[in-house]
Structure formats: structure tokens, C-alpha cells
Write a protein that binds this ligand. Structure first.
Ligand SMILES: N[C@@H](CCC(=O)N[C@@H](CS)C(=O)NCC(=O)O)C(=O)O
Length: 199
């Protein structure tokens, strides 16, 4: 299977980690989300990565759907638990971590698409506040650490890694529990280091 990627996308990293945890090999092909001639826009009308091309040639997006697909291929119930309560808890925590990454990506794109003098402070503050509230929530309500790594763990690790990479790790201040959580996750999951973003 082929994954359309970029070496810096936190959502791509999420899928790569999920595949590594499940033991599913993926071929990687970089996509240029800004290039209208890249085949990505035919494969996904949204023009977003990650995008998976399955062995049957089907295009699957986004990261949540790709991971649900990979989990199913691996027999099901590994990254996304089957038991109803555990399932909702994990999917909600994944949504929270994904939302942090969405806000972080929007903060980054402000700099990519507007000159600094045109930055919209109210919009940047609005997005930053989402990240701050999510960090505060997760510091106060740590993810339960189970033997089996799940999709919420993976997504949170990628979100924190993204804020390390793009925002100088400022999130670390005032969140010692999350810092320790990330260190433990990296030790449990060697692919976390292997998939670290690179410019
Ligand atoms: N909800 C999507 C988010 C994916 C996403 O935001 N990808 C970014 C890169 S990190 C992207 O492709 N941006 C290009 C664009 O928005 O045009 C997922 O979970 O896969």
C-alpha cells in the first residue's frame, strides 16, 4: 500500500505510527499539497494528506479512516477498541488530539498564506486558545496507559511532537504530566523517533 505523505505532517506521522504499531508496511510517496498538478487532488478532492492507496487501488482518507481501515486489516480492535465504552473514550481522545493538530496547522498556515503584517491576531488567539484548553484538560485528565497502544495515544504523541517541531516546544511549560507522558510514549514506541518530522 502506498501512503501520500510529507515529512513534516503530523497527520501523516499519525498514520505511519499506526501502521508501525500494527506491523503493516507502507510505501511512502511525497505529495505537494500546493501543486495543482500533483495527482493528490484527483485522489482526494480536498487535496489533503495523508492519503492511502490500497492494494486494490482505492484512495482512502483522512487519517481516522485510514487508521480504521488498517486496524480492520490487522484483525480489528487493536488501535480502536471494540468494547463500547473504551471505544468512545479512545475515539473522543483521538478527536481532541486531532483538534489540537488542526488548530496548530491553521496557526502555521496563517504564516504560509499571509504576510506577517496581515496576520489576524483574533483568529490566531482563537486557535491558540483551543490548544491551551486541550493541553490543560489532558494535563488534568491524563490518558489511561494500557499495554496496547491505541489511536488516541498515537494522535496525542503526534500532536505534542508537532508543537515541539513547529512551535519550539512552548507547550511543555506548565504541563509536566504531559511531558512525562510523551517521554514514556517515545520509550514504548520506537517508531515515534523514526517518524520525527524533518524539514
Ligand atoms: N482531518 C485530516 C487533516 C489532514 C491535514 O490537515 N493535512 C494537512 C497536512 S498536515 C494538509 O494536507 N494540508 C493541505 C491543505 O489543507 O490544503 C486528517 O485527519 O487526515
Amino acid at each position: 500500500m502506498l501512503l501520500r505523505t510529507s515529512p513534516t505532517s503530523p497527520f501523516v506521522r499519525k498514520v505511519r505510527l499506526a501502521a508501525a504499531v500494527l506491523g503493516i508496511p507502507l510505501e511512502l510517496e511525497v505529495a505537494d499539497t500546493l501543486d495543482p498538478n500533483d495527482t493528490l487532488r484527483q485522489q482526494n478532492p480536498l487535496g489533503k494528506i495523508p492519503l492511502l492507496i490500497t492494494d486494490d487501488g482505492e484512495a482512502v482518507y483522512d487519517s481516522r479512516v485510514i487508521i480504521a481501515y488498517l486496524d480492520q486489516l490487522a484483525g480489528g480492535g487493536q488501535l480502536v477498541p471494540n468494547a463500547p465504552k473504551a471505544r468512545i473514550d479512545v475515539l473522543r481522545a483521538e478527536a481532541l488530539a486531532d483538534g489540537m493538530m488542526d488548530a496548530g496547522v491553521l496557526l502555521l498556515y496563517e504564516g504560509r498564506f499571509r504576510p506577517q503584517e496581515k496576520f489576524e491576531k483574533a483568529w490566531l488567539d482563537h486557535q491558540s486558545a483551543k490548544v491551551e484548553r486541550a493541553l490543560a484538560y489532558l494535563e488534568a485528565h491524563p490518558l489511561p496507559e494500557h499495554e496496547q497502544i491505541n489511536v488516541a495515544d498515537i494522535s496525542l504523541a503526534c500532536a505534542l511532537g508537532f508543537f515541539d517541531f513547529r512551535f519550539e516546544g512552548k507547550w511543555r511549560e506548565g504541563h509536566p504530566g504531559l511531558v512525562a507522558w510523551q517521554t514514556r510514549f517515545a520509550a514504548r514506541c520506537p517508531s515515534f523517533e523514526e517518524t520525527a518530522p524533518r524539514l
